[in-house]
Design a protein around this ligand. Structure first.
Ligand code: GDP
Ligand code: GDP
Length: 469
């Protein structure tokens, strides 16, 4: 499972600056979908090859009396669920009472904590940081989030236990220069693609594997009811997969001759057995499940409408590039007028994800549940279907014939050829001249052209541009 890094600290130490640094490129992707509210608290990031989830816990103001009680409940939950905590302090402001209160809380928690002194730019950092040793959290990691300094070294250190290769990759690279270079990888994360051969191998692997299907959604939308419905009551207790309460349960199953692994974020299986308590909804668990899945079944409550939390989950699915099927649940017992109204609302608010199939179901009565799997299969097939370089180039040429790219600096932007760069999501790498100057409108045109020509349904598609051969 993908590691979760929580950013903790009093207000104004630079948490959101660091968060933005780590997640910037991904945010740009979300901006491609107007209508999506972006959640400033949860993001995806990548250093080198290694992805992780970043959580900005928001300002914890330890100066209020009793940090235990005053700490926002969500921030506490985020610390509990994180794999690593980055505790930020402000090197310019020096040690404060709030820092001490937070440190005290963190020391009583078993989480690995990295003490991070931010804003070390333009000051004598070593002497400014000395006083933070009093926090009793060991080594002080100096960064300047606003200047992009020290960040990748820090992340590599923090994630070392989760990724063995980290140690080797980062051995002996404490030079500031090299650090900049590593951090470039974070900024350029979306540019990393496979070669044609590697993409081919990836597609083969994906087609031989069980489809990992995550059922996600807000609390009470009907995830447990749907999961039970899908599994059939007796299957629910058959498998015994290990897992902690923090994580989703993986349930292997078969349907229409196809193997699946259901990622159960609602804790259905667990609830039925040892742990009787109804599980609390957890955003982080949901995000991890999305990362882990090939296809996400996002469940929405017809009676509640689309909420910001639905949109935020949707944004995360799109950013992760996962295939997507939407289930509008509790469709039973609604009048036709109400149904029409709900459909209009869906069109209005979710019009921008026109590639996903929408199913109106009743998990309670089982209506429409069987058909969900047709769309799940279709989405997975679209996400993993192989495309040859010649086909992708041909489609590109057709698109250019129908609608030429514009001029830039007096010369026409030229697209030369395209090759596959990965699957789930499908990535098309387009080579050409002056591709940096392609307007977004043309990029979107090309994306839609590929989507239609390749008949990709239920999966996002990505186009990346490379200058030259
Ligand atoms: P948060 O409340 O912890 O999320 O803090 P912000 O990220 O909003 O940052 C608070 C202020 O500190 C802003 O004015 C930032 O521009 C500034 N800041 C953040 N990182 C740095 C840094 O590395 N160096 C300097 N000099 N200022 C920084
Ligand atoms: P979860 O928190 O997403 O796992 O939601 P649950 O499966 O626990 O369902 C929440 C509530 O909604 C329960 O009272 C269910 O009986 C009810 N519910 C779930 N699916 C349906 C449905 O299709 N129709 C109706 N009317 N109620 C449903």
């Amino acid at each position: 499972m993908m590691p979760v890094v929580a950013l903790v600290g009093r207000p104004n130490v630079g948490k959101s600056t660091l968060f933005n640094r780590l997640t910037r490129t991904r945010d740009a992707l979300v901006a491609d979908f107007p209508g999506l509210t972006r959640d400033r608290k949860y993001g995806r990031s990548k250093v080198g090859e290694h992805e992780f989830i970043v959580v900005d816990t928001g300002g914890i103001d330890g100066t209020e009396e009793g940090i235990e009680t005053k700490m926002a409940e969500q921030s506490l939950a985020a610390i509990d669920e994180a794999d690593v905590v980055l505790f930020l302090v402000d090197a310019r402001a020096g040690l404060t009472v709030a820092d001490e209160a937070i440190a005290q809380h963190l020391r009583s928690n078993e989480k690995p904590v990295f003490l991070v002194a931010n804003k070390t730019d333009g000051i004598d950092a070593d002497s400014a940081c000395g006083e933070f040793y009093a926090l009793g959290l060991g080594e002080i990691h100096q960064i300047a989030a606003a200047q992009n300094r020290g960040i990748s070294a820090l992340i590599y250190r923090a994630l070392e236990p989760f990724v063995e290769q980290f140690a080797d990759q980062h051995a002996g690279s404490d030079e500031a220069e090299e650090d900049e270079a590593l951090f470039e990888a974070v900024d350029a994360q979306e540019e990393q693609t496979f070669t044609e051969e590697d993409a081919e191998a990836q597609a083969k692997r994906l087609q031989d594997q069980p489809i990992k299907l995550a059922i996600v959604g807000r609390p009470n939308v009907g995830k447990s009811t749907l999961t039970n419905r899908i599994l059939g009551e007796e299957r629910v207790v058959v498998y015994d997969m290990p897992g902690t309460t923090r994580d989703s349960v993986f349930i292997p199953m078969e349907r229409d001759g196809r193997d699946y692994v259901l990622i159960d974020t609602a804790g259905v299986r667990r609830r039925g057995k040892v742990h009787e308590t109804v599980e609390k909804f957890s955003v982080i668990k949901t995000l991890k499940a999305i990362e882990e899945a090939n296809v996400v079944l996002l469940t929405i409550d017809a009676r509640e409408g689309i909420s910001d939390q639905d949109l935020s989950l949707l944004g995360f699915v799109l950013n992760a590039g996962r295939a997507l099927v939407l289930a509008v649940n509790k469709w039973d017992g609604l009048s036709n007028d109400v149904k029409e109204e709900i459909k209009r609302e869906l069109d209005r608010r979710l019009g921008f994800i026109d590639f996903a199939r929408v199913h109106f179901i009743s998990a309670l009565h089982g209506t429409g549940v069987g058909h969900l799997f047709e769309s799940v299969q279709e989405a997975y097939a679209s996400a993993t279907q192989r495309h040859s370089t010649s086909l992708l180039t041909k489609v590109m040429k057709m698109a250019v014939d129908d609608h030429q790219p514009p001029m830039s600096h007096g010369r026409r932007i030229k697209l030369k050829y395209a090759h596959p760069g990965g699957y789930n999501p499908p990535i098309v790498v387009v080579h050409g001249n002056q591709v940096k100057n392609l307007p977004d409108s043309y990029k979107r045109y090309l994306m839609n052209y590929y989507r239609k020509s390749l008949k990709i349904m239920g999966s996002p598609i990505r186009i990346q541009f490379q200058e030259g051969e």
